[in-house]
Design a protein around this ligand. Structure first.
Ligand code: ATP
Ligand code: MG
Ligand code: MG
Ligand code: MG
Length: 474
C-alpha cells in the first residue's frame, strides 16, 4: 500500500464513522503567538477544544502538516539518526469536540489498525498514563486487549501538551514491536529506552485540561479527543520496512540525490544520514516557503535558513558542492502537490529562493573555513589547543557552521572545541530569538512574502535578492 493510499484509507475510515474531513492548516499557526510552528493535528482546533470557537461538526479528521523544529517538540537533532523522526511530517488524526471520549477513541483506533490495515495484534503494545485506570479497563473491555501488554508511564510519555500552555491531557499510545534485531540491548523496552524496536505509532490524547502559564490545569468545558499518528511511521509499518526513509515517501528523493552524488544508499551509515537529512529537510523547506516563510536571521525564517544550511552542509559531505536543494525541493512539489496543491502556487519562486540561499551559504561556508584555519594557526603559535566557545559560536551564527563541522576540522589538527562555551552562547541567542519572534513583525509575514514574490517575478534575480536582506524580512 502506498503512503497516499494509507492517508486516503484513514480519512475515509473516519468519515465513514461520522467525522468531517478537514484540510490541513498552515505550518504557521493562525493568531497563536504561543507556538512557532504547527506541531500536531490539534493546533488548528485549539479554540474549539477550549470552547471558544464553534464549528458545525463535532467530529473531524485530518492529515495535518507538522513541523517539529524548536519549541516543546523539537526533533531536529534526531533526524537522519533515528528511523522515525522528521522535521516535517504528516500527522493523521481524528478529533472529538465534546462528543465521544475514551471508549470510542480506543475502538476506532483498534478498528483501523487491526481491521483496516490488518496489523498483527500480538505485536501491538499499549501505554497509558500512570493513574488512568479507566483507560486500562477500557482497552481490556472494549477491544479485548491483554492486560500484560498495557504499560503505565508517567508525565513525559503519557501526558500530552501542545506547548507550555493550552489544551492537554493524559494519553494512551500504541506501539508496535519491530523485532529483536531492532533492539538496543538488554535494557530495551517500552518506557525504558528510546530506540526504534517498540515503535510508537499512534497517540490518543484524552483532552481534559487547559494549562495556564503557571502550570495550573483547568478542566475543559467538555472532555474531548485528539489523536495523532505519523503517516510516515504507519507507512513504514505497512510497507514492511524498518525505517520511514525506506518508504515510497522518501525513496525517490534519496535515490535521486544518491545518484547525483555518485553514492549508494544503505552501504555506509554516514552517507545514509546525509541522504536522509537532505530528503527530510527538503520537505520542510518546500512546505515552509509554501506557507510564506522566507529565510531570515530570526524566528521562523531563521528555522528555514538553518534547515537549508544544514541540508546543504550534508550535501558537501556527499561531495555535492554546487546548489542542489532547489532541485530536491522541486521534487517535493512534484511528489506532494496532489495532496497539497498549495505547493504549486509559488514553485518557481521557491526554486530561486532556495538556490539563492544555497549560493549565499556556499560563500560563507568557505569564508568560515578560512577563519577557522586562521584561528587555529594563532592558537598554535600561543601553544594552545582550545577553540573558544565564542569563536565556535561566531562560526555557527555568522557563517552558519554547525558545531560538528568545527569539531571535524579541529579534531584533525588535534584541537578541541569549548562546547560548554558554545552552548552558553547558543542559549543566549535562543533566548533572544524566542523573545524576538513572540511580538515581532512576523504578523505581517504574508504581506512581506507577497512583496518579495512580486518583486522577484518582476525584477531580475539581484532585484529580489536585495529585498531578501534580513532587515526587510524580520
Ligand atoms: P516520539 O516519542 O517517537 O518522539 P512523540 O511522543 O513525540 O513521538 P506525539 O507528540 O505523541 O509524538 O505525536 C503523535 C504521533 O506523531 C506519534 O505517535 C508519531 O506517530 C508521530 N510523530 C511524532 N513526532 C514525529 C516526528 N518527528 N516525525 C515523524 N512522526 C512523528
Ligand atoms: Mg517526540
Ligand atoms: Mg513518545
Ligand atoms: Mg507520543
Amino acid at each position: 500500500m502506498k503512503a497516499s493510499e494509507i492517508r486516503e484509507k484513514f480519512l475515509k475510515y473516519f468519515e465513514k464513522n461520522g467525522h468531517t474531513i478537514v484540510d490541513s492548516s498552515s505550518l504557521v499557526p493562525k493568531d497563536d503567538p504561543t507556538l512557532l510552528f504547527t506541531n500536531a493535528g490539534m493546533v488548528q482546533f485549539k479554540n474549539t477544544f477550549l470552547g471558544q470557537e464553534k464549528r458545525d461538526y463535532v467530529r473531524a479528521t485530518t492529515s495535518q502538516k507538522c513541523l517539529r523544529v524548536g519549541g516543546k517538540h523539537n526533533d531536529l537533532e534526531n533526524v537522519g539518526r533515528t528511523a522515525r523522526h522528521h522535521t516535517f511530517f504528516e500527522m493523521l488524526g481524528n478529533f472529538s469536540f465534546g462528543d465521544y471520549f475514551k471508549e470510542d477513541a480506543i475502538k476506532f483506533c483498534w478498528g483501523f489498525l487491526t481491521e483496516e490495515l490488518g496489523l498483527p495484534k500480538d505485536k501491538l503494545y499499549v501505554t497509558i498514563y500512570t493513574d488512568d485506570d479507566e483507560a486500562d479497563e477500557l482497552w481490556q473491555k472494549v477491544v479485548n486487549f491483554p492486560a500484560e501488554r498495557i504499560y503505565r508511564l508517567g508525565e513525559k510519555d503519557n501526558f500530552w501538551s501542545m506547548g507550555d500552555t493550552g489544551p492537554c491531557g493524559p494519553c494512551s499510545e500504541v506501539h508496535i514491536d519491530q523485532g529483536e534485531d531492532m533492539s538496543c540491548g538488554p535494557n530495551c523496552g517500552i518506557g525504558k529506552c528510546d530506540c526504534d524496536r517498540y515503535l510508537e505509532i499512534w497517540n490518543l490524547v484524552f483532552m481534559q485540561y487547559d494549562q495556564d502559564e503557571e502550570g495550573n490545569r483547568v478542566p475543559l468545558p467538555r472532555p474531548s479527543i485528539d489523536t495523532g499518528m505519523g503517516l510516515e511511521r504507519i507507512t513504514a509499518v505497512c510497507q514492511g520496512v524498518q525505517s520511514n526513509f525506506e518508504t515510497d515517501i522518501f525513496q525517490p528523493m534519496i535515490q535521486a540525490v544518491a545518484k547525483k552524488a555518485g553514492v549508494k544508499y544503505k552501504e555506509d551509515s554516514e552517507i545514509d544520514t546525509a541522504l536522509q537529512v537532505i530528503a527530510d529537510h527538503s520537505r520542510s523547506i518546500a512546505f515552509l516557503i509554501t506557507d510564506q516563510i522566507l529565510p531570515s536571521n530570526e524566528g521562523r525564517g531563521y528555522v528555514l535558513r538553518r534547515l537549508i544550511r544544514r541540508a546543504f552542509r550534508f550535501g558537501r559531505l556527499l561531495g555535492l558542492t554546487d546548489p542542489f536543494l532547489h532541485e530536491t525541493t522541486a521534487m517535493v512539489v512534484e511528489q506532494m502537490s496532489g495532496q497539497f496543491p498549495e505547493l504549486l502556487d509559488n514553485k518557481d519562486f521557491m526554486a530561486r529562493m532556495v538556490k539563492e540561499e544555497e549560493e549565499r551559504f556556499s560563500q560563507t561556508l568557505d569564508k568560515g573555513l578560512i577563519i577557522l584555519e586562521e584561528e587555529m594557526e594563532e592558537l598554535k603559535k600561543a601553544g594552545k589547543n582550545l577553540i573558544s566557545g565564542e569563536t565556535a559560536f561566531k562560526l555557527y551564527d555568522t557563517y552558519g557552521f554547525p558545531l560538528d563541522i568545527i569539531n571535524d576540522v579541529a579534531e584533525k589538527q588535534e584541537f578541541e572545541v569549548d562546547e560548554d562555551g558554545f552552548n552558553a552562547a547558543m542559549k543566549e541567542q535562543k533566548d533572544r530569538a524566542k523573545a524576538a519572534w513572540k511580538g515581532s513583525g512576523e504578523k505581517n509575514s504574508g504581506a512581506i512574502f507577497r512583496q518579495v514574490l512580486e518583486a522577484g517575478l518582476k525584477n531580475s534575480f539581484t532585484g529580489y535578492s536585495e529585498l531578501t536582506t534580513e532587515s526587510r524580512i524580520v
